[in-house]
Ligand binder design. Sequence first.
Ligand code: ADP
Ligand code: ASP
Ligand code: MG
Length: 599
Amino acid sequence: MALIVQKYGGTSVGSVERIQAVAQRVYKTVQAGNSVVVVVSAMGKTTDGLVKLANDISKSPNRREMDMLLSTGEQVTIALLSMALQEIGQPAISLTGAQVGIVTEAEHTRARILHISTERLMGQINQGKVAVVAGFQGISNTTEIEITTLGRGGSDTSAVALAAALGADFCEIYTDVPGILTTDPRLVPEAQLMTEITCNEMLELASLGAKVLHPRAVEIARNYGVPLVVRSSWTDQPGTWVTSAKVQERALVDLELARPVDAVEFDVNQAKLSLLRVPDRPGVAARLFGEISEQNVDVDLIIQSIHEGNSNDIAFTVNTAILSRAEAVALAIAPALRHQANSDEAEVLVENNSAKVSISGAGMIGRPGVAAKMFATLAEARVNIQMISTSEVKVSCLVDQDDCDRAVSALCDAFEISATPVIPQISNSESPAVRGVALDMNQARLAIRQVPDQPGMAAKLFGLLAEYNISVDMIIQSQRCHLIDGVPRRDIAFTVARMDAENAQQKLKETAEQLGWGEVILDRAIAKVSIVGSGMVGQPGTAAKMFNALAENHINIQMITTSEIKVSCVVAENEGVKALQVIHDAFGLAGNEKFVVPS
Ligand code: ADP
Ligand code: ASP
Ligand code: MG
């Protein structure tokens, strides 16, 4: 006999018939000898409907009132599902987040779970009842009790958190697709089902746009080692298991406030190569990294900043041991990228004495203050940042080798942990180089021109955005430096969620004026397409293949960032879906069967 938490999403409970079908599945699970806690979402598109009502009344509705409104959606479903269960002879009881005791921070519309009481739930289970719990909601227990919600898509997080708190044997997420696929089947019908994926890969995919799982749910599963499976509500297919490494016991307090940073890592053997002023047209990155991978040179971080005039800068890092090979390739292809033999285009710059320092940890997801704290700590230690690379669970900065020790010890102090050197990664041949591809159409790009190149600038910038709770993604400093009024200056570009874009631009404009920075430019018409796979570590050519697929289809890459297990490119918004399809195809992920998602 097992204790199982089952979560049913909006489409799965979208009508009376579907709620009855869910009741049947729950009933069968109980009949098989299990205890079941069910977590449900609001029916169908109810939450969207409620958001629209609020927006019809106010342009920026009060966040407390939003929670009051949106939490009603789930309350309808719990009552109806309990009735449906009782109707077929299965004792059941519906419970709101407050009744269970799902305690969160007092942050309306994006609260994190702190603690879940299990007494009332266990009491009901021990009486043979199925507990039907409202997902997405909780209460904050500061001086006055308030209803909170966890953020859109948050029912997944409620379910996994409940599974962790109850020590459930596993958590099943039932949805409208048969599991986790290689990409969103609504955009690429040839997407294929995977049998399993690691938590780390899923964390990246989920935060890069694959909405099949809420990233915070994956984070909790990883931190507490909750076995998690995503399955179809309509069939008995086994679905996709999200696997995690064995974890240490953790206390069930401050559930989602685990230490933001698990590790400070460093690698002193990094060299940076930049190609400055290369033409801003499709095919340049493909050619450069294609030829580099033919030399079997493994590139670590890659960034391409936003264009200036009609040219771009591309920079990448390699291990110093293979620098000369990488440099030879860059020097060999540079002339071909120039319009005229003696122009200053495609200049190759080498910086040999670099080190990479990184902070990593799933706890930094959605907490903009963590990256800002890293930058501030480096600034205080007078360490200049040459290059920044970000993923949802890691921020890496390239710094001068001489600054490495100082940087690492300052970061260890700031995050209260000890450091580990990076061990060169051996190819993870058991995992495919690319497990899945994701598209995020909800991002906007901000660029600030002519930011002085001094320690502390990134800290100031991202500290400011963190104050307003704006998470920043894909941070890229341009490689080109301009001397203006005797001060070297660079452009910094980054992406933020579209809904935060205007606010971020406004706040940055105010600061830019005070601090003498240049223009703050906003571009909303972008799409971010990413590949994710732990097998890409130590496999040269993975990024090149992605760039090549885009080049062959004449899709221009506007920005590039990478982390160990992902590569992301920003392209024009109207080319996003096409980009996703051609990349998915290029990695041979497409199956023969076409997938139709039920509506
Ligand atoms: P629920 O209401 O059950 O939580 P969601 O709509 O939140 O369902 O998530 C399921 C949807 O996620 C699917 O219908 C699909 O369109 C989308 N999706 C995006 N990327 C993927 C992926 N890699 N695998 C499966 N589904 C995906
Ligand atoms: N009903 C909420 C939403 O639509 C939560 C969820 O479904 O996960 O965002
Ligand atoms: Mg969902």
